[in-house]
Design a protein around this ligand. Structure first.
Ligand code: NAD
Length: 414
């Protein structure tokens, strides 16, 4: 399998060519600005010691402080963190968020730790990172981190500096300076982008069918919002498999069971629905397909069998580069992850604004501002695709690279 960071650089190179981007800008973007690669020592509850690898990549700060997620997963690699740092640089830029891209994490399986061990390890991460502060680098959450870990991170940062500073850490709960509307931000952003993209493809969502892979924070939210709009959600899936009903599923009832009782889809008593595999789900005939679970699910072996009229990448990287090419050749429009799921990163920016000003917004303001900002990101992407006659994926990167180029040129970096 291609190295994940090399694949990200290949995407950068292809977009650079498509958009005729200054090669010196691409040269600067071919390496992270700063990499922290460090070890964390954890005193276990039983008195023993365990040592973990930890990373933080500040990829590029041409547009603002580096910002975003912290991943606690057992198979984390530095190359993965670098690739994610580059993707965040592009995602912030295309959404016109004044931030650079950052990513970090610990190579750990958090489910193997007690709550006290997880707290000690999270605090150790912040201490050893030697945090650079809210104007340089802001860690957020990602896989394996959550409202609790982000609260510990903020608390540790404030202990080190002796000052309250809610904007030093993102993805916090409201109790410590987070924003309302953050849980559904990515799904809601995806919903706004789906509406714009459907309009461009002359798909009437109130009469359309949709298939959603993933029934968690992103997939569950988008399925419910489309269902409310009148779209027939004919199939959804989670890690246990998919449920399919050609006359449409009762998404609110299913979601209530999954969220309130922690059920898996295979355990639901969904009348009229048939259990199918995740692979079968992706190949269903539908107007809109939203892979919103994990990466690399549409690949060169199934791209020819996809029968959707429009695809939106709710997950990060659900379509491999080879599949992307096949889908483009088959004329299936695809809205890439850096636009489709940028709602969370965008609302993180509102979280920062609120923390900096000590003035907290209501839900209506968060959602209305997100709607305007993510709709503009999609529209800029779609206009650039038309202007250069390129795919929406390349166009999204070109929109981002043009913004980054302007800043680098004015700063005299290139
Ligand atoms: P989540 O953990 O809330 O939900 C994930 C869902 O995917 C669950 O229903 C799970 O059962 C299912 N799933 C897991 N493995 C699967 C598999 N192999 N096949 C099919 N389904 C599987 O996660 P989420 O926050 O909804 O994130 C989903 C995707 O969206 C990820 O790729 C994530 O990186 C991306 N994303 C999330 C956010 C966010 O704000 N949550 C922002 C940007 C991107």
């Amino acid at each position: 399998m291609a190295n994940v960071f090399q694949s990200a650089l290949n995407a950068l190179e292809r977009a650079g060519e498509a958009g005729d981007i200054n090669p010196d800008v691409l040269k600067v973007l071919s390496r992270p600005k700063r990499v922290s690669d460090f070890a964390l020592t954890l005193k276990k509850d039983d008195g023993g010691i365990e040592v973990f690898d930890a990373y933080r990549v500040q990829y590029c700060d041409a547009l603002g402080p580096t910002r975003d997620g912290t991943r606690f997963v057992p198979n984390l690699s530095l190359d993965e963190v670098k690739a994610l740092g580059l993707f965040m640089t592009i995602k912030h830029a295309v959404a016109d968020v004044p931030a650079g891209g950052g990513k970090g994490g610990i190579k750990v399986d958090p489910s193997r730790l007690s709550r006290r061990e997880l707290e000690r390890l999270t605090r150790e991460y912040i201490r050893k990172l030697i945090p650079k502060g809210p104007n340089a680098d802001v860690p957020g959450a990602d896989i394996g981190t959550n409202l609790q870990t982000q609260s510990w991170m903020l608390d540790e940062y404030e202990k080190i500096t002796g000052e309250h500073c809610p904007h030093a850490v993102n993805d916090k709960p409201e109790a410590v300076g987070g924003t309302v509307g953050s849980y559904e931000a990515t799904g809601l952003g995806l919903f706004f982008v789906t509406r714009q993209a459907a309009r461009d493809q002359a798909i009437d969502l109130t009469q359309a069918t949709a298939v959603v892979q993933g029934f968690g924070q992103v997939g569950g939210t988008i399925a419910e919002l489309l269902h409310e709009l009148g779209t027939e959600i004919i199939a959804v899936s989670d890690i246990s498999g998919g449920l399919y009903d050609e006359s449409g599923l009762d998404i609110p009832a299913m979601r209530a069971e999954v969220e309130n009782e922690g059920a898996l889809l295979e355990d639901l008593n969904a009348a009229g629905a048939e259990m199918i595999s995740n692979e079968e789900l992706l190949e269903l005939d539908c107007d809109v397909l939203l892979p919103s679970a994990v990466q690399n699910v549409i690949h060169e072996d199934n791209a020819d069998d996809i029968s959707a009229g429009l695809i939106l990448e709710g997950a990060n990287g659900p379509v491999t580069p080879k599949a992307d090419q096949i889908l483009a050749e088959r004329g299936i429009p695809l809205v890439p992850d850096v636009v489709a799921n940028a709602g969370g990163a965008t609302v993180c920016h509102y979280e920062r604004i609120q923390g900096r000003t000590d003035h907290y917004w209501d839900l209506e303001r968060v959602q209305k501002t997100l709607k305007d900002q993510i709709t503009e990101a999609y529209d800029a992407t779609s206009e650039t695709a038309e202007e250069l006659d390129i795919s929406l994926r390349h166009a999204a990167w070109v929109v981002a690279l043009r913004r980054i180029s302007k800043s680098m040129e004015m700063r005299g970096w290139v």
